[in-house]
Design a protein around this ligand. Structure first.
Ligand code: ATP
Ligand code: PRP
Length: 217
């Protein structure tokens, strides 16, 4: 039987950087995923399909084998914390995962004195793990976006969120106070596919790795 692969891509900001990388690796969707409402895309490679899904769903599709490969942010992978292979750091969508707080609190704040915090974040598991490792008790409030608003309206005293330029924090009088992780997007793989579709998985991963090297030269 001919092997075939499904690659899960995050819609949103990662897609704009992922599609050129896949194209350089010789994989191009036949329709433009940024313009189409389709969810499954045939490519110029008859045995490779793309599915375009919410960023946070990519690890689930890959872990359960609905996709053989996927591209997801390290933040999403850390939060998912599942059984899949992290194959290649693609170096795209770079940012950092930080604890942030209002600038006026930061002026007299020392993280070494934290004992109990109320944190708003969409990264509930990461935040729980990070503060538990420091022996800090937390009440975590799950949000789905615009975390920066939480301290401004008294919903939480700190946030855990992504920071890139720092513009969103600055615009809301917040500052970075603790670094949790550096973030970029990774190519990830289903563990069973790595064995059962060894040849096609390896050749596809190698093509992406070569394309990545070429873009970094
Ligand atoms: P959804 O739109 O499905 O709710 P999302 O808002 O997390 O998900 P994006 O904003 O497209 O989706 O972010 C996808 C990924 O891009 C994140 O998981 C992270 O790895 C990275 N990312 C998010 N914000 C930034 C940023 N400001 N700069 C660089 N990379 C970022
Ligand atoms: C992300 C992140 C921050 C912002 C950081 O939000 O959650 O809010 O980018 O980037 P900056 O440091 O360059 O300002 P996004 O734009 O994805 O919106 P969302 O939080 O609503 O998903």
């Amino acid at each position: 039987m001919t092997e075939s692969l499904t690659i899960a891509l995050s819609k949103g900001r990662i897609l704009d950087d992922t599609l050129p990388l896949l194209a350089a690796a010789g994989i191009e969707p036949l329709d433009d995923p940024r313009k189409s409402r389709k969810l499954i895309f045939d490519t110029n490679q008859p045995n490779i399909k793309l599915v375009i899904i919410r960023a946070a769903d990519v690890p689930t599709f890959v872990e359960f084998g609905a996709a053989d490969l996927g591209v997801a942010g390290k933040d999403v992978l850390m939060e998912h914390d599942g059984d899949l292979f992290e194959l290649l750091d693609l170096g795209i969508a770079r940012c950092r995962l930080m604890v942030a707080e209002p600038a006026d609190i930061a002026a007299n704040d020392d993280p070494a004195n934290w004992s109990r915090l109320r944190i708003a974040t969409k990264y509930v598991k990461i935040a729980r793990r990070f503060f538990a490792a420091k022996g800090i008790q937390t009440e975590i409030i799950k949000l789905y976006g615009s975390m920066e608003l939480a301290p401004l309206v008294g919903l939480a005293d700190r946030i855990v969120d992504l920071v890139d330029t720092g513009n969103t924090l600055r615009a809301n009088n917040l500052v970075e106070i603790e670094h949790i992780a550096d973030i970029s997007s990774w190519l990830v793989g289903n563990t069973a596919s790595m064995k059962l579709k060894h040849e096609l998985m390896q050749s596809t991963i190698a093509a992406v790795a070569t394309a990545l090297e070429a873009t970094n030269e």
